[in-house]
Design a protein around this ligand. Sequence first.
Ligand code: GLY
Ligand code: MN
Ligand code: MN
Length: 441
Amino acid sequence: MTKPSKPQLKALRQRRRQLMRQMGRGSIAILAAQKVCTRNRDVEHPYRQSSDFLYLTGFAEPEAVAVLIPGRPQGEYILFCRARDAEKETWHGRRAGQRGAVEDYGADDSFPIDDLDEILPGLMEERQRVYACLGLDTGFDQRLMGWVNQLREKIRIGVHPPHEFVSLEYLLHEMRLMKSDLEIELMRQAAQITTQAHIRAMQVCQPGMLEYAIEAELLHEFRRHGAHPAYPSIVGGGANGCILHYHENDAELRDGDLLLIDAGCEVAGYASDITRTFPVNGRFSSVQRDLYECVLSAQEAAIAQVKPGNHWDDPHTAAVRALTKGLIELGLLKGRLNNLIKRGAYRSYYMHRTGHWLGLDVHDVGDYKIEDQWRVFEPGMVLTVEPGIYIPASHKDAPKPFHNIGIRIEDDVRVTASGHEVLTAGCPKTVSEIEALIYSR
Ligand code: GLY
Ligand code: MN
Ligand code: MN
């Protein structure tokens, strides 16, 4: 990941200040970078910094600990990170080092990560409250308690160890839920690249291709723009489109089947998450079209509910109503609309909810309820809207012509002051847009 630009550095500083204001004097926040994860023997999984760490520091290297100490005269933001080391950098890549941490990442001070055990207890002295993400990494939790215990041993010489431990996520995730203009701009870039990737997939898809060949086209589009997948791409033809988290991506795409692609990239850590479903041969059959129109009308009804003042469950309620109505019209559900909704009859066709928050994590942080009430939409929130219908051959009620059809349509939607903006609006979605695109290739 590239070094933060000047506006990004300013935004990072503002976030840290906002957090420290809420933490108050007498407190310290300690946040560890994501651990490196071994894949097999000497090979590691590609490293992705923890989203909380990225949000506060913009620092993408492993083996780092960020410390925030509101009101500390010598500097409020200290970044522990790997020291420069010519030999190690020859093998494993460049490091910012202590100088880079200060000059390029805005730390007030920086120490080698190897000195953490020696320095950190001193920074915690006289702080009553420790803000940390406890429970994520038991090894780090134990180290933290070790530092506290070191201070406890010095009580008789007048040292005051911290005595309150507070979840850092509680404050941080509320901040992350509300996206700034700068964050929205990155999400817009991710949405545009992802849109191009889906268009490319529609353009190259032919009967007889393998699902992984389409996955490669998506990846090509992500990487040629410097982006990475935000999650493993789902490329499922026919029956595979009915498996919600299908990842094998190794089947042949058949003439007459639909192809469901759920894929998105991240830019500077900010995710996009798009699903499109289209015919492998470029033309929807009449049954596929009827079901597709049903999902599309549910998605449009759900998106229309995204506006300030409405609450988190409103899009889902609208989607469920539209899907149930459509399923009745297609003869797949029998009974009265309200009764069917009440008893959740749609669940054998639509078994997930209509979306999630989107941001640095594809399933982003932020509460969905405040106490026992659904959260009310506010400008700056970003969510996905993604209803679907899934009818595997094993479905006990659906007639044969509906079998092996899985359809999901997913867009990324920002709440604005007056309503919403669909960040992924450029991605073809109607039957005529999709057929026209495939036939123009
Ligand atoms: N791509 C994951 C999801 O749609 O939730
Ligand atoms: Mn999603
Ligand atoms: Mn998705």
